[in-house]
Design a protein around this ligand. Structure first.
Ligand code: GLU
Length: 319
């Protein structure tokens, strides 16, 4: 039970609806939900559709229907709205613009004309998710150069990171540290087409929505140090983080939205919501054997200490 001095958890599930949810997305939704509910907390559904072309509204609607089918209800967010609406990132651009202006007062934000292709072609170091650590090409361009280049191409806005190390203790993965210039690099805060970057939007939203518990896939662990730095820059309290293992298909490959064999439309033909919740609860180390379970039953027994760190291979009969 939460002690009186512990804040009530405010969690969120923040999917990017670029296709039908797969089992890995369901795993994340379920653990975020069970973690908040296990301590009588609140859970928010935020739709991360910054790029509306990739995440059209009908995918978000389908996602809400899928969450409902699973038995996961949210206190705020999605189409139901709530005190922090809108909950669709595509409708929050003016909020991100204000945050960007606040950052401009204390940080160096500069126009960057580099294309993704030119960065990938340069021999800059890459992060494990394929992103390039920015080599600083456009940092320090003269106003003259900015004007000249601006005639040919619209720039993105990039923020300069300081020579600081950010360390934190993740609730699943343990201590994680990054030296910002070498491990993260200056990062894009608004794309050339005006779309705000995930890193800014996610921090602005978690900060403004009062989120104090972030549960998401292990693949976002490396983004967390710059997000912590942004939380501090924007004057928001830093939430707790829980980076959960990724689910792998029975052959050991990462699940992707392109592979439809493990998305919810296929799974719903063969399994009930309780079968899926029971399987995921077992894979998360919460129950000793695979069985059927409701999300409420999982919340009753949920313990972070039992969640494994390493990626999890799905059993063969799931296909
Ligand atoms: N929208 C991101 C995704 O679906 C998750 C962001 C987050 O949880 O911070 O991958």
């Amino acid at each position: 039970m939460a002690s009186l001095s512990e804040p009530c958890p405010v969690g969120r599930f923040a999917p990017t609806p670029s296709g039908r949810m797969h089992l890995g997305n369901v795993f994340c939704a379920l653990l975020a939900w069970a973690s908040a509910r296990s301590r009588k907390g609140k859970i928010i559904l935020r739709i991360e559709d910054l790029d509306l072309e990739r995440s059209p509204r009908h995918y978000a609607d389908q996602l809400e229907a899928d969450l409902e089918w699973l038995g996961l209800s949210f206190d705020e967010g999605g189409s139901a709205g709530g005190p922090h609406q809108p909950y669709y990132q595509s409708e929050r651009f003016s909020i991100y613009g204000d945050c960007l202006q606040r950052l401009e007062q204390t940080s160096e934000i500069y126009p960057c004309f580099c294309s993704r292709a030119s960065l990938h072609a340069a021999s800059a170091p890459h992060l494990s998710d394929g992103r390039v650590i920015y080599p600083g090409t456009c940092r320090g361009l003269s106003p003259e150069e900015v004007r000249e280049r601006g005639k040919l191409r619209k720039p993105a806005s990039r923020i300069r990171v300081p020579a600081e190390t950010v360390s934190f203790t993740d609730g699943v993965q343990g201590v994680f540290s990054a030296f910002l210039p070498a491990d993260c690099g200056d990062f894009v805060i608004r794309r050339a087409d005006g779309v705000y970057a995930y890193q800014l939007a996610v921090v602005a939203d978690d900060g403004l929505m009062g989120v104090n518990q972030v549960v998401r896939g292990r693949d976002l662990l490396e983004s967390t140090p710059i997000q912590i730095w942004l939380f501090q820059k924007l004057g928001f309290p830093v939430p707790e983080f829980y980076h959960i293992p990724l689910l792998l298909d029975p052959a050991g490959n990462r699940l992707s939205k392109r592979d439809q064999s493990l998305d919810l439309s296929a799974l719903q033909q063969r399994f009930s919501p309780e079968d899926i919740v029971g399987l995921l609860a077992f894979l998360a180390g919460q129950i000793p054997r695979r069985g059927r379970m409701t999300p409420e039953e999982l919340a009753e027994i949920f313990r972070w200490e039992k969640v494994p760190k390493g990626d999890i291979r799905l059993p063969a009969d799931i296909l």
